[in-house]
Design a protein around this ligand. Structure first.
Ligand SMILES: Nc1ncnc2c1ncn2[C@@H]1O[C@H](COP(=O)(O)OP(=O)(O)OP(=O)(O)O)[C@@H](O)[C@H]1O
Ligand SMILES: [Mg+2]
Length: 213
C-alpha cells in the first residue's frame, strides 16, 4: 500500500489543561475518517494540528510522507495553498463579495478552475452572483465547501461541515465530499459531533477522556 497522506504520531497538546495525549492517526488515499467528540473535547484543535495551523506540544505530523516541522515556512505555505483544503467550523468568506468572487479567490491562488458540477451538486449554482451577506447561513456554508473543493486538494479537513444544515442538505454535502474522495483519491478527515454523519465515513474515532480511540 502507498504511504499515508497524513500520519500523526504521539500527539499531545494542552491549552490551560491537557486536551489529549498520545494521539495516533493515519489517513490514506481514498479514505474517509471521522473524529467524533463532545463540545470542548479538542476536535477542532486536533484538526488544526493535523492541518499545519497549530504546532502540538509533542508528537510528529507527516503530510505526504514528509515531517511537517522540519520544512521551511515557504514549503508549509505551499502545502496550505495547493495540497490541503480546510473547511473551517466558522467559515471565512468575504461578505461584500459575491459567492463566485469568493470561490475565484481560492482557484486563482491555487491555479485551478472552478468545477461547475460541484456548484450544481451543492445546489448553489444559481446563487453565484449574490453577495455573501445576502445568503443564508447554510448557503454560505455550502459556498465555503465549494471554495475548498475547487482548489482540488489532496486532503480535505472538514470541521463540522454540516453544522448549520438540515438533515437533507447535510447528507447532500456529505455525498459531495465522499464523491470527491472517490473520484480524486484524496482523503477526508471529518470532525463532527453528529454520529449519523460520522457513520458515513470508512473509519470513526472518538475523542473522549483525552484519548483518541
Ligand atoms: N487558542 C486557544 N487558546 C486557549 N484555549 C483554547 C484555544 N483553542 C481552543 N482552546 C480550548 O481548548 C478546548 C478545546 O477546544 P476545541 O475548539 O478544540 O473543541 P471542540 O471539540 O472543537 O469543540 P466544539 O465541538 O464546541 O467545536 C476548549 O476548552 C477551548 O476553550
Ligand atoms: Mg470545534
Amino acid at each position: 500500500m502507498s504511504q499515508p497522506l497524513l500520519e500523526a504520531s504521539s500527539i499531545s497538546h494542552s491549552f490551560d489543561t491537557l486536551l489529549f495525549s498520545n494521539v495516533h492517526l493515519a489517513l490514506n488515499a481514498f479514505q474517509s475518517t471521522a473524529i467524533i467528540g463532545r463540545s470542548g473535547s479538542g476536535k477542532s484543535t486536533l484538526l488544526h494540528i493535523f492541518s499545519t495551523f497549530i504546532k502540538p506540544d509533542e508528537g510528529s505530523v507527516k503530510l505526504f510522507g514528509k515531517e511537517l516541522y522540519t520544512q521551511s515556512d515557504a514549503a508549509i505555505e505551499a502545502l496550505r495553498r495547493y495540497e490541503i483544503g480546510i473547511i473551517f467550523q466558522f467559515h471565512y468568506l468575504f461578505k461584500g463579495m459575491s459567492a463566485m468572487d469568493n470561490i475565484e479567490v481560492a482557484t486563482m491562488l491555487s491555479g485551478e478552475k472552478i468545477d461547475e458540477a460541484i456548484l450544481e451538486k451543492l445546489e448553489i449554482k444559481e446563487l453565484m452572483h449574490q453577495k455573501i451577506g445576502e445568503l443564508s447561513g447554510g448557503q454560505q456554508q455550502r459556498v465555503s465547501i465549494a471554495r475548498v473543493l475547487s482548489k482540488k486538494p489532496r486532503i480535505i479537513f472538514a470541521d463540522e461541515p454540516t453544522g448549520n444544515l438540515d438533515k437533507e442538505t447535510a447528507s447532500l454535502v456529505m455525498d459531495v465530499l465522499l464523491d470527491y474522495i472517490k473520484e480524486t483519491g484524496a482523503g477526508l478527515l471529518l470532525v463532527t459531533h453528529d454520529e449519523q454523519m460520522a457513520g458515513l465515513c470508512d473509519t470513526v474515532y472518538r475523542l473522549k477522556d483525552k484519548v483518541l480511540a
